[in-house]
Write a protein that binds this ligand. Structure first.
Ligand code: GDP
Length: 361
């Protein structure tokens, strides 16, 4: 199974989780679609794996899409896991051990429209959670006179534009850099950034033509590898920990939970503790479900069962008594621990998330 192949690159390093934020209509969904689309085309069949609620782009695919920009031998993180639901609500709901579930964020800003209220709000949320981010300056193809270069890296695209067009784009990009500065962030065009902890990288992209997407993937991969490797060190064989994305009724399975697993391993038969609206739920995993591979999509069943799943990945869990489960709630495999300790852990985490939500409200 690819997600296992994925994590076996290094037994103790998980895939960084990436979230997409930004103002409505600035292109969050289109960008995620483009990343999925270009990686499907570039990669061999099955190279990217569609998870429940997330898309995994393994390192070799990042490197293919990025052309010469990424040398896979310089990386040991297994790739990138993109959360499929963009936006602030999903970002603030999805927490992990008191912080954000996402390890890195992409802040999408429309180059024509610049900073808008939800851009400001995203920045506030990113500041509060201390989430590292990059800015995707999107819709560069709408600059008047643009000469599109399908899926090309930024440098190639820049070279194909007239001086006038390049100048117009630069003006828009510097406006965004100015806005970031007003928010207290030092930033620059990504190729000028030496230290991505000190400076936010701004990456010109088009979710429509794919221009700059190679650069975006390269920067995310590089940032994670360079500065987050320690955070990615987990006990992959340990008891699974995750966050509920969504609670859903599924024919033949009853109420299921879609979960992003960010630590350890989960298997059918495992006892799990799940945060609930009224009471904390203790139940046993009946089945772990993944979407069928693209080639098999027409088959009657939408899901296939898997025997084991390791972080980081998205999975649907079928189990009894999940009706009261909540989006954003913690999920923990009990393993050889005392179930009461795990219940306490889940309840403490839920309580801390609720206090913060109230403070925000
Ligand atoms: P979201 O609300 O942030 O998820 O934005 P969408 O992805 O739904 O995009 C909003 C609109 O902008 C749609 O009509 C997209 O087709 C369009 N759009 C998004 N990205 C680009 C881009 O890079 N170039 C152009 N020309 N249009 C884009």
């Amino acid at each position: 199974m690819s997600e296992q192949a994925n994590s076996s690159t290094n037994q103790n390093l998980r895939t960084p989780i990436v979230a997409v934020l930004g103002h409505v209509d600035h292109g969050k969904t289109s960008l995620l679609d483009k990343i999925r689309g270009s990686t499907v085309i570039e990669g061999e069949a099955g190279a990217i794996t569609q998870h429940i609620g997330a898309t995994a782009v393994p390192l070799d695919v990042v490197s293919q899409v990025a052309g010469g920009l990424v040398d896979p031998t310089e990386f040991d993180l297994p790739g990138l896991l993109f959360i499929d639901t963009p936006g602030h609500h999903s970002f603030t709901t999805l927490r992990a051990r008191g912080g954000a579930l996402a390890d890195i964020a992409i802040l999408v800003v429309d180059v024509n429209d610049g900073f808008q209220p939800q851009t400001e709000e995203a920045i506030r949320i990113l500041k509060e959670t201390g989430t590292p981010f990059v800015v995707a300056a999107n819709k560069i193809d709408t600059v008047p006179g643009w000469n599109p270069q399908e899926d090309a890296p930024v440098q190639q695209t820049y070279e194909a534009q007239s001086d006038r067009v390049r100048q117009s784009l630069d003006e828009e990009l510097y406006r965004i850099i100015g806005n970031l500065s007003d928010e207290g962030f030092s930033s620059d065009l990504y190729w000028r950034v030496q230290d991505f902890r000190a400076n936010i990288g701004v990456i010109p992209v088009s979710a429509k033509t794919g221009e700059g997407v190679p650069d975006l993937l390269t920067v995310l991969m590089g940032l994670a590898q360079r500065y987050m490797k320690e955070d990615m060190e987990i006990n992959l064989a340990g008891p699974g920990a995750g966050t509920v994305l969504e609670v859903k009724e599924e024919q033949g399975y009853g109420t299921t939970i879609d979960v992003i697993l960010y630590d350890g391993t989960i298997r059918p038969g495992d006892t799990v503790v799940v945060g609930g609206g009224n009471d904390t739920i203790v139940t046993e995993v009946r089945a772990l479900l993944k979407p069928k591979a693209l080639a098999e999509m027409r088959a009657e069943k939408r899901f296939e069962q898997v025997d084991e799943l390791r972080a980081a990945s998205g999975v649907k869990i079928a189990a009894p008594d999940l009706d009261d489960a909540m989006a954003g709630a913690p999920v923990r495999v009990v393993g050889d621990r005392d179930v009461d300790d795990v219940i306490e852990e889940v309840e403490a985490e839920l309580a801390s998330a609720q206090v913060e939500t109230e403070e925000e409200g």
